[in-house]
Design a protein around this ligand. Structure first.
Ligand SMILES: Cc1ncc(COP(=O)(O)O)c(C=O)c1O
Length: 449
């Protein structure tokens, strides 16, 4: 592993500069040279049970020995039916219908299509537009990318993306239009309503948002009341609410659904990363019974799906992961241990003027670094601070999730921590320790540059 940087923005990192993965055990990963890393971010907030969990591996092997996949037009399967029941139970009343996908982008793509199809089936085919938010990430397929606002990832495709409106993120550290932090929820809900009215309500299919923004914002939980206010706006105008819980859902924030915290039910929801914990690619688009009722009565069901929809092996992995999460009380544990990790980080970084904000929920924590704390001015993007933190972290044996551009699409440096739900107290302390060291070294290298 070389310490060279910067990497080319947030794009693909050249393989030649990366260590080669050899194996993992629990919260620890080993590269081919034998060097070990503690997984402080579960990769990109995926590995909720850590690596090589023997029970999950055993369940996957057992399923593989029976059959890898029963194609959806020919068969149903025990894992598909069991996972449907588990997810329906975890989501709570009203969520009996879902489509299993191979990841987050596909889950978002199907969420958008379910919304469009619902309106067609409901006799309102004019509802084609999506409203999303700036500084959001919904995935790399064209539909999901169209509703995302991640400048670097969109730029090469501008002109070919489907039209979508992007309104302000609900960020109390960087409030839109400089409103007071306690006015952010109201301001953003009003902005949504204004945009619906500007477009004409009968043209708007859905509002899509991340209840806790992940990669594009560096973990940004919406303020209290935001979700219920935007829910009310959507209801007033017949607009569906799509919650993208690909990163923040499946227990990561200390409730199984992230919006459970707000007491809000979306019409459609996308989940992925923590569902099968990264053991096999898996996601899901879940839609409310009232959406299903219209779709099923008038169209027979949603028109979406792929060869690997409801992949049997992937569902078996999902069942194994979700059973362990439930049996071991891991969502509760995340809710209890998350604030402790946050507190440790607060203590460790207390003297660091460059830490502008420390925020999050459960095991989903973001640190935002600034050149000037009072004005919240970010570091010049040319410093590549987040890439320096990534380089120092890897050198120090820590996997974390640094990201750039959270302020305006270009400037801004954040780091996400998203440890496995079953990380021990000692492992959480090691993550905090290595992050502190890596951040301080990266900042020192910026000053020296
Ligand atoms: C909130 C959110 N939605 C969608 C996606 C896309 O998921 P995937 O990379 O599995 O396609 C991501 C990925 O990071 C995400 O964070």
């Amino acid at each position: 592993m070389t310490d060279s940087f910067p990497w080319p923005g947030n794009g693909e990192v050249p393989h030649a500069r990366l260590p080669k993965i050899a194996y993992g055990i629990g919260t620890r990963l080993f590269d081919s040279s034998g060097k070990d890393y503690i997984d402080g971010s579960g990769g990109p907030a995926v590995f909720c049970l850590g690596h090589a969990h023997p029970e999950v591996n055993e369940a996957i092997k057992r399923q593989l020995d029976r059959v890898a996949h029963g194609y959806r037009y020919n068969f149903t399967s025990d894992p598909l039916e069991e996972l449907t029941e588990i997810v329906a139970n975890r989501c709570g009343p009203g969520y009996g219908r879902m489509i299993f996908t191979t990841g987050g982008s596909e889950a978002v793509e199907s969420a958008l299509k379910v919304a469009l199809h619902y309106h067609s089936a409901n006799g309102e085919p004019s509802r084609r537009r999506f409203i999303a938010r700036r500084r959001s990430w919904h995935g790399n397929t064209l539909g999901a990318l169209s509703v995302s606002e991640f400048k670097e990832r969109r730029d090469p495709f501008e002109g070919a993306l489907i039209p979508a409106s992007h309104i302000s993120p609900a960020n109390t550290y960087r409030p839109p239009a400089n409103v007071a932090p306690d006015q952010v929820a109201q301001y953003c809900a009003q902005e949504l309503e204004d945009e619906i009215l500007r477009l004409g309500a009968r043209t708007v299919a859905a509002f899509i948002f991340e209840p806790v923004v992940g990669a594009a914002g560096g973990v940004v939980p919406a303020p209290d009341r935001y979700a219920s206010l935007v829910r009310a706006v959507c209801d007033r105008h017949g607009v569906l609410m799509i919650a993208d819980e690909v990163m923040c859902g499946a227990g990561r924030c200390g409730t199984w659904r992230a919006l459970e915290y707000d007491g809000v039910q979306p019409d459609v929801m996308a989940i992925a990363k923590g569902l099968a914990g990264g053991y096999v690619p898996l996601g899901a688009t879940i839609y409310h019974d009232r959406v299903a009722a219209t779709l099923e009565a008038r169209a027979g069901g949603p028109m979406t799906g792929h060869t690997f929809t409801g992949h049997t092996l992937a569902c078996a992995a999902g069942v194994a992961v979700q059973r362990i999460v439930k049996r071991d009380g891991l969502v509760k544990r995340v809710a209890v241990d998350g604030p402790k990790l946050m507190q440790r980080l607060k203590e460790r970084f207390a003297d660091l003027a460059s830490l502008g904000d420390l925020r999050g929920r459960g095991f989903f924590i973001g640190l935002e670094f600034v050149a000037d704390r009072a004005s919240k001015t970010p570091f010049p993007p040319g410093y590549g601070l987040h890439n320096r933190i990534r380089a120092r972290s890897l050198e120090n044996g820590l996997i974390c999730y640094p990201m750039g551009g959270n302020v305006d699409g270009v400037a801004g440096d954040t780091v996400i921590l998203a440890p496995p739900y079953n990380a021990s107290a000692a492992e959480l302390e090691e993550i905090a320790d290595k992050l502190e060291r890596s951040v301080r070294e990266a900042l020192a290298s910026v000053s020296a540059a």
